[in-house]
Design a protein around this ligand. Structure first.
Ligand code: MBD
Ligand code: FE
Length: 289
């Protein structure tokens, strides 16, 4: 598969370090490992990871040149602020699989590095904050939030964030309004919601940072299929973090972040009553434990 950079738009891309700095700052505030896990648990997990690395060195007969290249690369991941990106692309899908193994309601998937809490709230029917003449195909995203028995939930809400038509996220790429294509939509008393937005473009991992270097050195591709990120919640129910995807995207089958699931594929139609497209997706929320 050929990998093309949208070259005409590279001037708005910014650098990996710019995108990474924001993501890193947001995650620094999280709890330290020693505060969430017992000493025994920390020793077990750290021991397993260290053993896996040592086993790889011994099995593959890793050289000093390779070891030193790894050291330099790890330092660069931090300098570029790409630890959130690296972890969310190559590890988070397994954490999500473990965390959501017992859900009966709608499937979740990874959050990724670009969520920002407290986006501006609006009642349904909503229009996501966007620029005048925001590029891209208009998309009406609608559905209903129910419990796992299909009964409507009151006071449900849905946080949405996604890339623009060039694949850029506000607050992580320069030149975009702060809350562009980010919002919180309050559903009606039956859990129904309607959100007007534009269809996002596929997302390419920044090519100029440490993650891009690894991808190029390994001969991998750098793409995630186009997706809409969501957090859906209602009182008394478990919040689900998910993403929805568009049929026909060339990277639905080989997402670099391994976050696509068949249940998360949208059914998108041309609108008969206006410009653009419409898609309906319903969410079933598990009760709180
Ligand atoms: C994204 O937009 C994303 O959703 C993930 C998981 C990783 C990198 C960029
Ligand atoms: Fe994303």
């Amino acid at each position: 598969m050929s990998v093309e950079t949208p070259a005409t738009h590279s001037e708005t891309t910014g650098t990996a370090a710019e995108a990474g700095a924001g993501a890193t700052a947001r995650f620094r505030a999280n709890k330290t490992i020693g505060a969430t896990s017992s000493q025994e648990r920390v020793a077990r997990l750290a021991g397993k990871v260290i053993k896996a690395v040592n086993d790889t060195v011994l099995e593959e007969e890793v050289t000093y040149d390779e070891y030193n290249a790894l050291k330099a690369w790890l330092i660069k991941v931090g300098e570029d602020g790409e630890w959130p990106l690296f972890l969310d692309v190559w590890v988070e899908h397994s954490v999500e699989e473990v965390a959501n193994a017992n859900r009966h309601g709608s499937k979740g998937t990874i959050e990724g590095p670009y969520y920002v809490p407290d986006s501006p709230a609006q009642k349904t029917p909503a229009v996501l904050p966007m620029r005048e003449n925001e590029p891209g195909t208009p998309l009406l995203f609608q559905g209903q939030i129910t419990n796992i028995d299909g009964e409507p939930l009151k006071d449900a809400k849905i946080e949405i964030w996604h890339a623009d038509d060039l694949g850029f996220y506000s607050q992580f790429a320069p030149g975009l309004p702060e809350w562009n294509l980010r919002g919180t939509v309050l559903a009606d008393d039956e859990g129904r919601f309607q959100v007007n937005t534009v269809q996002p473009a596929p997302y390419q991992i920044p090519t100029d940072g440490a993650c891009g270097q690894l991808i190029a050195a390994a001969g991998w591709h750098a793409w995630r299929p186009a997706h809409i990120h969501l957090k859906v919640s209602a009182p008394g129910h478990q919040l689900v973090t998910s993403q929805l995807y568009f049929p026909g995207d060339p990277h639905n089958a080989d997402d670099i972040a391994s976050a696509v699931k068949p249940e998360l594929m949208l059914d998108v139609h041309e609108r008969e009553d206006g410009p653009g497209r419409v898609t309906t997706y319903d969410f079933r929320l598990d009760p709180e434990d």
